[in-house]
Design a protein. Structure first.
Length: 254
């Protein structure tokens, strides 16, 4: 009897501990400072630049900054301008080594033909006017981020820096010879954030959504229309997911 009682007490304690751990709440801490590289020109053509950088640090996951890169033919060689956006956490709450940081990106169109032109790396401090300086840890390429995607997508990419860091650097360029001259590629950056333990958070509020398509065939036709209608609390509105008839293609909304 005593053995059974000890077992029951241990089971209750373990279950109670599990409930306490599983109920841990977290809040997003968004990057609050944006720095860009200066505009790049090749043969008087604006070949690399960033627009609306403040929208990547406004705590609004629907708004976005956009990085642009244009390929230019220079003496028969296809070159591309690069664009850099650095997002930093400069407020009271800062990430520590080993804490994951997530970046919400919008990708699609021509950039899917030049994925290795996208790079992401942790930083710890400001950069120069080219967007370089104070990089830490490994560089992640776009092929690691969006290798299975096609068509228009909104995704999150998460890295876990093991070094001290206070932000991330997102870069876009055009690899030599990949695209024809004059082709414009773009990359949308919505927000960067890390999670901080919190309490008294009201659950049931939608804070973000991701959508897009995967596959290799006719990916541009795999679309999601009006994704925000899926969580606007209006039963008369709806999002629409379209996909091609293919075992390797799919469309998602989360």
């Amino acid at each position: 009897m005593e053995k059974h009682l000890r077992f029951a007490i241990l089971l209750i304690f373990s279950f109670g501990f599990y409930l306490q751990v599983s109920a841990q709440q977290f809040e997003r801490i968004y990057a609050n400072d944006a720095q860009t590289s200066q505009d790049k020109y090749l043969l008087l053509i604006k070949a690399g630049y960033v627009e609306n950088q403040s929208l990547a640090v406004d705590k609004n996951t629907s708004s976005r900054a956009t990085l642009y890169s244009t390929s230019v033919n220079v003496a028969g060689i296809i070159l591309g301008g690069s664009a850099v956006l650095r997002l930093r956490f400069t407020g009271t709450d800062k990430p520590t080594p080993g804490v994951p940081v997530s970046i919400k990106l919008g990708v699609g169109g021509n950039v899917l033909s030049a994925l290795n032109a996208i790079t992401i790396q942790a930083i710890n401090g400001t950069g120069n006017n080219q967007g370089q300086g104070n990089e830490v840890g490994p560089v992640y390429s776009g092929t690691q981020v969006v290798s299975l995607l096609s068509g228009k997508n909104q995704i999150e990419f998460t890295i876990t820096p093991e070094q001290a860091y206070d932000g991330v650097k997102i870069s876009l360029g055009i690899p030599q010879g990949v695209l024809n001259a004059g082709v414009l590629t773009s990359l949308e950056v919505h927000e960067a954030y890390f999670l901080k333990p919190a309490s008294s958070i009201i659950c049931g509020t939608i804070i973000d959504s991701l959508y897009g398509s995967t596959g290799t065939l006719l990916g541009g036709l795999n679309t999601v229309s009006a994704p925000s209608y899926a969580f606007d609390q209006n039963e008369n509105t709806y999002a629409t997911l379209r996909t091609n008839v293919s075992a390797v293609n799919s469309t998602f909304l989360t």
